[in-house]
Design a protein around this ligand. Structure first.
Ligand SMILES: [Mn+2]
Length: 440
């Protein structure tokens, strides 16, 4: 292998430029909506700024630049302009396309003029482009774009390292058949290793993360902007440094404009409305302080046991609480907008002690506990009887109620998971009803 000149590059992808942030439960202010509409393009701008500030040698873009195969003028223009800024700073860029923006039948490229420092890979196998510094090759990028949306061929298997000092594979792919994602360009970690490629710059899985460090360094860049509540947490790009020994290190850098965040608040010890409102506000302020000046879309879950539990179940209470919290913290960017508020609290009852009391409520709690402990191995008869109760109660929801089937069908949890959750909820409702007048 020729000797390596140290260099650095930025790995990004899954920009989905012409799609807004969606999936909000509550109503938002016009300022918030405007920020959400432009969040993906603004995050791309942050990626470009990061590359320039860090003076990287080049940028690789791992597919799904656009949301659709016929991208908007705005999305194309923002992309072209970002690459143009990079070029003006002496930074070349290398781009492949993925399942959202495949090349066949796409009309995005011809009408806009791209800098000649932009290299876009086509759909042919075995293509590569050298990265030159002072006329000398420092790395070679191997890349392949999707021709159509549903590529079922193992594209990674066609990648082969040559005699270059450092080899980068740029590909949109599903490594290891990850569930919940389109199984496009499926391949295994072994395929990645067998190629001899030093660094795999992967796109497709939106959660950023390192796939393997064994034999090759393979990384999913993730999208620079989470676009719905399924995409929680920090989003950004990877700054990769390669040293003279050809060793790479990848460092994640946040580039998101607005961040989906979920937080829990334990209601233990909160005695009244005043205390609860103050605790919610302080939880949101803490989250905002940790967000580095960017806006937050917050999902807050109330958990634990406490005296406020019955109040939280009053009709309209959660919505009021959410609006009160938002009056203060969610007016203009950077905002901490409480997007949803969910109550999973339980009554302030010592269940273990209450279960031992010989009365009707005690009978109820002992019955719930018996159902919970009906083990398949030690007491198969009781186990099956309880599962039958559960099944007959839930069958109408899954099988006979069209809306229920639509919402729950694909995500139906295993019977064991469902059984535990249903029992917990039934126990809480029963305790609320039976012990409403009892001192806790
Ligand atoms: Mn994508």
């Amino acid at each position: 292998m020729p000797s390596v000149q140290p260099f650095r590059f930025l790995h990004t992808g899954d920009l989905h430029l012409d799609s807004p942030v969606t999936g909000l439960r509550g109503e938002a202010t016009p300022e918030i909506l405007a920020l959400l509409r432009d969040a993906t393009t603004d995050a791309w701008r942050n990626v470009v700024r990061l590359a320039i500030a860090e003076r990287v040698d080049f940028v690789v873009v791992a597919g799904d630049v656009f949301e659709r195969s016929s991208p908007t003028l705005l999305g194309q223009t923002r992309f072209r302009d970002g690459l143009g800024e990079l070029a003006a700073a002496g930074i070349g860029s290398y781009v492949v396309h993925g399942n959202h923006d495949p090349l066949d039948g796409v009309s995005w490229a011809p009408s806009l003029t791209f800098s000649d420092r932009v290299h876009r890979f086509g759909t042919e196998a075995g293509a590569s482009a050298p990265v030159l510094r002072d006329g000398r090759e420092i790395a070679r990028i191997h890349g392949r774009s999707y021709g159509s949306a549903a590529v079922t061929e193992n594209l990674a298997a066609g990648f082969r390292r040559g005699d270059e000092p450092y080899a980068i594979g740029l590909l949109h792919a599903n490594v290891g058949d990850r569930p919940g994602h389109g199984n496009y360009a499926p391949c295994s970690v072994d395929d990645l290793r067998a190629s001899g490629i030093d660094y795999w710059a992967l796109g497709h899985i939106h959660q950023p993360g390192i796939v393997t460090t064994d034999g090759t360094l393979a990384v999913y860049c993730g999208n620079p902007q989470g676009r719905d509540p399924g995409e929680m947490g920090a989003r950004g790009a990877w700054l990769v440094g390669v040293d003279a020994a050809g060793r790479a290190s990848a460092e994640f850098r946040a580039c998101d404009v607005v961040r989906w965040t979920s937080v829990d608040l334990d209601i233990a010890g909160l005695e009244d409305d005043e205390a609860l409102v103050a605790a919610v506000r302080s939880r949101l302020t803490d989250a905002a302080d940790a967000a580095d000046g960017r806006s937050l879309l917050l999902r807050l879950r109330l958990v634990g046991r406490g005296p406020m539990h019955p109040t939280l179940r009053r009709v309209g209470y959660l919505d009021d609480l959410r609006r009160i919290a938002n009056d203060e913290l969610a007016t203009a960017p950077p905002f901490a907008w409480l997007e949803s508020l969910v109550d999973t609290t339980r009554p302030a009852v010592d269940l273990a002690a209450r279960r031992a009391v010989p009365d009707f409520a005690g009978d109820f709690l002992r019955t719930v506990e018996a159902a919970r402990r009906a083990d398949r191995g030690t007491d198969p008869e009781a186990h099956d009887a309880w599962r039958e109760v559960l099944d007959s109660a839930l069958r109408p929801v899954f099988d006979e109620w069209p809306r229920g089937r639509r919402h729950l069908g694909a995500a139906r949890p295993s019977n064991e998971e469902l059984f535990g959750a249903v029992l917990d909820e039934a126990e809480a409702i029963g305790v609320d009803l039976l012990l409403a007048t009892e001192e806790s």
